[in-house]
Structure formats: structure tokens, C-alpha cells
Design a protein around this ligand. Structure first.
Ligand code: M6R
Length: 607
């Protein structure tokens, strides 16, 4: 999604603005721009496509000045072309925006009726005109912003520059994140702490409805009512090196290989190793009284939730409803008071999930959130925060966040069961033991990287690929298909293996590879029968299983990928690795942009 950076500096800012944009490239974008204040003018440079194009534009015509704003745009209203790139400007005001102004049509009509003309197709341009109109009427920038913000419906993070006030910027947020950074004689605005990491670690997080006026050495924050409020600067801990690739070719590859470490790190805060017990954060509600869970998430986080549904129902015997966040509110779910609503999100900012969370709060649900970014909106708004400790995830395709989510959810399911009196001490100890085996098993799975790379050429030419799994491995089939689609642009679908015969089997021919996830164990025989139904119709199968499974069923397969033998509880964590690696190597073989696949954004902050 769009990335914002603003600097009120004591030395030229253009290069540093572009550097900040580079650090937000991972969010996904299709055009970029900067605007600086210089010699009583707003100096604006914009370019469509990759940041290099903006850099070239700045080489042709520089942007001097010590104050400026910059933006990477992920198109919502209007094509990804230069005229729609931010900053949008009038002669007196320039601004950048992340979010959507839902009532922009009505605002634009109002402004057009006054004779104002628009140069872009964006919703954002209406905001710049509204603020300019106030300035033209003689308002100070602060008054202008204060008058305009209540007129905007939707979501926004804004950074606004004023031609006649070269040592000041105004930022505002509602529904989209914005932080303020404090440097040495400089002040910054940014979409996140990572964007500002090389400039400062001192970060204040704006709350919903806040707006802030920054100068070189002041940041005055006002809340939605216009009252001056304190938002403390804290050390963000965001290190500049956290978003470097090290020796890896891609962030996604680095993040796949980080999984043993970050899953171990995550488990450490949810398990008491010595006592073989699960240990969750203090809860100010009685979990044993919860008799229903509503799980809501998007994308990969939703698939983590689907796996967790199996665990909650199996261990804690509590019914689980699960929805895509974008659908949730629209089916008017029944939410009896006191139910637990559990949200899963890497970013903690996904607009659909956040809207669902707020809806559940209004309906009297207890709100729990499994979130990777501890300073995010969801983390702040939850009654119970269950952090994953995956560290910054930069690759658009989520990998390590997923396995860390599974680790937290497995611990939560076990805790729930213990509190409901459904697990004996021995059973709890056994679960803890299996979870603690996960990091070593993930390492063993990663050992097969070369084998998977060597077989990627079998999948790369395919137009369609199917993934099959049963039980808690079915969500893994969905996740495998999503990974492949996202980064290699091959059409892929995941199916419950037993569901094939009810329709999808009609798709089978020798050009449609079928990836079967089948760890040996209670469900193995059934999955293999479904696999054989595929093979009997000429289907080419890649079997992902352990040595035992491959010995039993691997003979007629196009290829096999061997995994370590694991307990069924941790199979979804371990089998995530081969599906991630397969998607990764197929994408590399196809030469696609692995870390920033087309059309996608890392954190989707619009509904
Ligand atoms: O930040 P979130 O976990 O809320 O994001 C949800 C989805 O947008 C995300 O998982 C998306 O599907 C990924 N690109 C999957 O790899």
C-alpha cells in the first residue's frame, strides 16, 4: 500500500526522501513522487513504475530544499500513471495520502462547481483542493487542516506541505497508520518506523483522528476534538539492518530460512519449557467460559486461522466460525455477548480485518489479536494481544509470519483446553514437547531446498496447478496455491483432497501438475487414494511426504519432496516450508519479481 515520508530537515532532503521510499518499496507500489519546498515554490517530481524512474527524473531536474514529502502509490482510483502519482498539488499546497476518501465524488463535484479543475483521477486531489480553498480564504495551515479533516469520509494518512510555510509539515491519520520521528534538529513523518529507521529510532505513534504540526524541533499533536495531546516518543527498536537481504537473493528466501529461529523465538514466549506447560499472557477474562470463537483474517493469515480451527475444535472442543474479513460484516454474523473474536494479521493494519475487529467490539465480543507488528492498530485495540515474534516481514508473500501465527495459535488452543479441563498435565506436556520439536523439524525441511530448486522446472511451464491436502493440511494446500499464484502468476487452486471427485477432477490432464501434501499418519491412506484417482486419469503428481509415505506411495509420482517425520500437530508448520520453497523456486525460474509481485501490496490498508 502507499508509503509516506516527510522531513522538516536542516539539510537537503530529496535523497533522504527517496531513500525512505526505497525502504517502503516492500509495501507494494506502482508510481512515486516527491515535493520539496524551495525558494517560495513547491518543487514536484513524479514518475510511474519503479523508484529508479523517479531517481532518473530527479537526475534530470533536482528538487532542492530542506523540507519535503514523498510517496509510493498503490493505485486505487485512477491508473498507475504519472498524472495520478502523488504528491498532488495546487500552487500553494501539496500532499501525499494513503487510504481512500470515500466521499471524494461529492467533494469533487462541490469543488468543480466553484470552477476548480482537477488534473488527476484520484480521490486524493480533492483533499488538496479543499485545503487550498481554506488557505485562499486566509486560513492558517492549522486552521485549514482542522476545517477540512471532518469533511473526509474513509481512511487516510496525510502529509501536507505549504508553499508559504517552508519549515513546517502537517500530518493526519484516520484508519491508516502514520508515525512521527524525532531527529537531531529534524522532525519526520512516516508510514511506519521502518521507513524512518536510518533517520531516527525515536518514534511517536499517532492515534486515530490525530493530526500533528511538525517543525525542526517541535511536534504538536491534536486529537480528533482539536485538543492538544501528548504522544510519547519511544525507541522503536526498528533497526535499519532488519530490512536488508544479507546474503540472500530475495527477502522471501531470507524469511523462509529465518523460520526455525523466529518460530523458536515465538514459542519461547508461549511455552514454559522446564515445566512443559503452555504460558499465555495474563487475560482479564475467564477463557474457560468462552463457548464460541469467531476467527477473522485475510489471505495467508486466514489460512493460519483455518488450521487453528482444527486445533481449537480438537483440543478445546469449542466451535469455531471463521470468515474472510472482507466478507465477515456483510453476512451479519450472530455474535452472542461474551464470545471471543480472534483476529490474525501480520501487519495489524489490514483494513478489512481492522474493520471486522471494530465491528466485533461494538457487538460486545472479547477481542484477541495474533499480530506481528506490536505497535499496529490491531495490537493496540485488542483486549488480548498475542504477538508473533517473526520480526519485520518484507517479502509481499507471507512466510515466517504464517508459521509464527501457527505456533501462537497451537499454544492458545492447548491453553484453552487446559483451562477447560480437557487436557491432563501429561497431555499438555506432550503437546509442548511436540511444539518444541518444530524448529528442528523446520530446519530439516529447509535441508531439502536444493531438491526443491532442482524440480521447479517441472512446475514452471504449467498454466494451472492443483494442491491437495486433508484435515489440517487442507489449509496448507490453499496456502501453497496462494503462494504460487502470488509470486509466479501461475493459476493454482487448493482443494480438500476428498473433494476432488466432486468436480475438480475434471480438470486433470497431463499438463496440470497436482501437488499432494500427505504426511504419513492417520489421514495418509485416504489422501493417497485421492492421489491415485488423479494418477489414474493421467495426472502428474508431486508428493510431499516423509520417507515412510514416499516409500509407500511415491513410486508413480512425477516427483517427490521428502519431509522429516513429524507429529500431526506440527505438520502444518513443517509442510509450510516445501510449499513456500516450491513457489519461490518456480518464481525464480520464471524470472518474476519475487519480493514485489505485480499488483500486490504488503499491507492492504484499504477495504
Ligand atoms: O497483514 P495481514 O496478515 O493482515 O495480511 C493479510 C493478507 O493481505 C496477506 O496474508 C496476503 O494474503 C499475503 N500477500 C499472502 O502471502
Amino acid at each position: 500500500m502507499c508509503g509516506i515520508i516527510g522531513i522538516v530537515g536542516n539539510r537537503p532532503v530529496a535523497d533522504r526522501l527517496v531513500d525512505g521510499l526505497k525502504r517502503m518499496e516492500y509495501r507494494g507500489y506502482d508510481s512515486a513522487g516527491v515535493c520539496t519546498l524551495h525558494d517560495g515554490e513547491l518543487v514536484r517530481r513524479r514518475a510511474e513504475g519503479k523508484l529508479n524512474n523517479l531517481v532518473e527524473e530527479l537526475e534530470r531536474a533536482d528538487a532542492p530544499g530542506t523540507t519535503g514529502i514523498a510517496h509510493t502509490r498503490w493505485a486505487t482510483h485512477g491508473a498507475p500513471v504519472t498524472k495520478n502519482a502523488h504528491p498532488h498539488a495546487t500552487p500553494a499546497v501539496a500532499l501525499v495520502h494513503n487510504g481512500i476518501i470515500e466521499n471524494f465524488k461529492e467533494l469533487r463535484d462541490e469543488l468543480r462547481a466553484e470552477g476548480r479543475s482537477f488534473e488527476s483521477e484520484t480521490d486524493t486531489e480533492t483533499v488538496v483542493h479543499l485545503i487550498s480553498r481554506e488557505i485562499e480564504k486566509g486560513s492558517l495551515p492549522q486552521e485549514a487542516v482542522k476545517n477540512v479533516l471532518p469533511r473526509l469520509r474513509g481512511a487516510f494518512a496525510l502529509a501536507i506541505a505549504f508553499r508559504d510555510y517552508p519549515d513546517m509539515l502537517i500530518g493526519a491519520r484516520l484508519g491508516s497508520p502514520l508515525v512521527v520521528g524525532q531527529g537531531e534538529g529534524e522532525m519526520y513523518l512516516g508510514s511506519d518506523a521502518l521507513a524512518l529507521a536510518p533517520l531516527t529510532q525515536q518514534i511517536a505513534y499517532l492515534e486515530e483522528g490525530d493530526w500533528v504540526v511538525i517543525t525542526n524541533d517541535t511536534a504538536i499533536v491534536r486529537d480528533v476534538e482539536g485538543n492538544e495531546v501528548e504522544r510519547e516518543f519511544r525507541n522503536s527498536g526498528a533497526s535499519a539492518s532488519a530490512i536488508e537481504k544479507g546474503n540472500y537473493r530475495h527477502f522471501m528466501q531470507k524469511e523462509i530460512f529465518e523460520q526455525p529461529t523466529v518460530v523458536a523465538q515465538t514459542l519461547r514466549s508461549y511455552l514454559r519449557q522446564g515445566e512443559q506447560q503452555v504460558a499465555l499472557p495474563q487475560m482479564d477474562f475467564d477463557i474457560s467460559e468462552i463457548d464460541r470463537i469467531t476467527l477473522v483474517a485475510c489471505g495467508t493469515s486466514y489460512y493460519a486461522g483455518l488450521v487453528a480451527k482444527y486445533w481449537f475444535e480438537q483440543f478445546a472442543r469449542v466451535p469455531v466460525d471463521i470468515d474472510f474479513a472482507s466478507e465477515f460484516r456483510y453476512r451479519e454474523p450472530v455474535l452472542p455477548k461474551g464470545g471471543l473474536a480472534l483476529f490474525i494479521s501480520q501487519s495489524g493494519e489490514t483494513a478489512d480485518t481492522l474493520a471486522a475487529l471494530r465491528h466485533c467490539r461494538e457487538q460486545g465480543q472479547v477481542i484477541a489479536a495474533v499480530v506481528n507488528v506490536p505497535t499496529s492498530s490491531m495490537a493496540r485495540e485488542a483486549d488480548l494481544l498475542l504477538p508473533t515474534h517473526a520480526g519485520p516481514e518484507i517479502g509481499v508473500a507471507s512466510t515466517k509470519a504464517f508459521t509464527c501465527q501457527l505456533a501462537v495459535l497451537a499454544a492458545l488452543a492447548a491453553h484453552f483446553a487446559v483451562k477447560k479441563g480437557l487436557l491432563t498435565r501429561e497431555e499438555e506436556a506432550e503437546i509442548v514437547e511436540h511444539l518444541l520439536e518444530a524448529p528442528a523439524c523446520l530446519n530439516a525441511a529447509l535441508d531439502h531446498d536444493d531438491d526443491i530448486a532442482a524440480m521447479a522446472h517441472l512446475i514452471a511451464p504449467a498454466r494451472d496447478v492443483l494442491y491437495l491436502g486433508r484435515g489440517a493440511d487442507f489449509p496448507l494446500a490453499l496456502e501453497g496455491a496462494l503462494k504460487l499464484k502470488e509470486i509466479s502468476y501461475i493459476h493454482a487452486e487448493g482443494y480438500a483432497s476428498g473433494e476432488m471427485k466432486h468436480g475438480p477432477i475434471a480438470l486433470i490432464d497431463e499438463d496440470v501438475p497436482v501437488i499432494v501434501l500427505a504426511p504419513s499418519g492417520p489421514l495418509f491412506e485416504k489422501t493417497v487414494s485421492n492421489m491415485q484417482e488423479v494418477q489414474a486419469r493421467g495426472g502428474k503428481v508431486v508428493l510431499i511426504s516423509d520417507a515412510e509415505g514416499i516409500a509407500e506411495a511415491g513410486e508413480d509420482c512425477m516427483a517427490t519432496i521428502q519431509m522429516p517425520k513429524v507429529h500431526p500437530l506440527i505438520a502444518p508448520l513443517v509442510y509450510a516450508v516445501p510449499v513456500q520453497l516450491l513457489a519461490y523456486h518456480v518464481a525464480v525460474a520464471k524470472g518474476t519479481d519475487v519480493d514485489q509481485p505485480r499488483n500486490l501490496a504488503k499491507s492492504v490498508t484499504v477495504e
